[in-house]
Design a protein around this ligand. Structure first.
Ligand SMILES: CC(C)(COP(=O)(O)OP(=O)(O)OC[C@H]1O[C@@H](n2cnc3c(N)ncnc32)[C@H](O)[C@@H]1OP(=O)(O)O)[C@@H](O)C(=O)NCCC(=O)NCCS
Length: 202
């Protein structure tokens, strides 16, 4: 096993999908998952917070099936049904010019959406905890981050449930489609922190 980050350009590396957790399956999204994700991604409680709220089904599906989007999207499956999706976007860390090569593809930004019919059962917690394990144990990344509007309490509480640390709270730094400038939060976790927490839990 290598400690080098996976930099194959596909992001998900040579992982044996699907990955199973106690109740769920996680696997890379395919074009065929478009309609199932549209079912919940068009619902108001979800569109309120996600980056793109696309009200037109065909445009949504065209966007969902973009290779660059599929390449960073996983789906959460419960009993054969897609109940949510995850973003795993591998990216470079900031670095000074002379060491930039060593900072390529070493971290990931994570994201998530769950069908409102399935919230409140710990499914997102289970899926995101596994996503973090994948990042550190399978992809050998050194850091994961996630961002949300400060008003999106469900999302930042999820980050805290999976052990991420609040790193920044920016004041009115992010424009919501309502036209309002809102506070934003960034959470992160380092591979070292994840390993220590796991060891401590044993
Ligand atoms: C963010 C989001 C995924 C969180 O969903 P969620 O249902 O709150 O999270 P979980 O599935 O982990 O469920 C946690 C809840 O189930 C409860 N729960 C029940 N069984 C549980 C278990 N086995 N493990 C953990 N929690 C459990 C928890 O107590 C918690 O309830 P609470 O919020 O009343 O305290 C969801 O709100 C969502 O999709 N929002 C819209 C999209 C969005 O905001 N995306 C992020 C943009 S930044």
């Amino acid at each position: 096993m290598t400690d080098e980050p996976v930099t194959d350009g596909k992001g998900f590396g040579a992982i044996a999908w699907p990955i199973r957790t106690e109740r769920l399956e996680i696997r890379p999204a395919t074009e065929a998952d478009g309609p199932a994700t549209w079912h919940y991604r068009r619902q108001e409680s979800v569109t309120l917070w996600i980056t793109r709220a696309q009200p037109d089904r065909e445009l949504y599906l065209a966007d969902f099936t973009e290779p660059s989007r599929l390449a960073k999207t996983l789906v959460i499956v419960l009993d054969g049904r897609v109940i949510g999706d995850l973003m795993l976007a591998i990216e470079d860390a900031w670095a000074q010019a002379e060491v930039r090569d060593r900072a390529r593809a070493v971290q990931a930004e994570l994201g998530w959406s769950l069908d409102p019919a399935y919230t409140g059962n710990g499914y997102a917690t289970e899926a995101v905890a596994e996503l973090i394990r994948i990042c550190f144990e399978e992809l050998h990344l050194r850091r994961v981050i996630a961002q949300c509007f400060a008003n999106n309490e469900s999302s930042w509480r999820l980050m805290e449930r999976v052990g991420m640390r609040r790193e920044s709270h920016d004041v009115r730094g992010s424009l919501h489609r309502s036209g309002e400038w809102l506070d934003g939060l960034t959470y992160a976790m380092l591979a070292d922190e994840w390993r220590s927490a796991r060891t401590g839990a044993l």
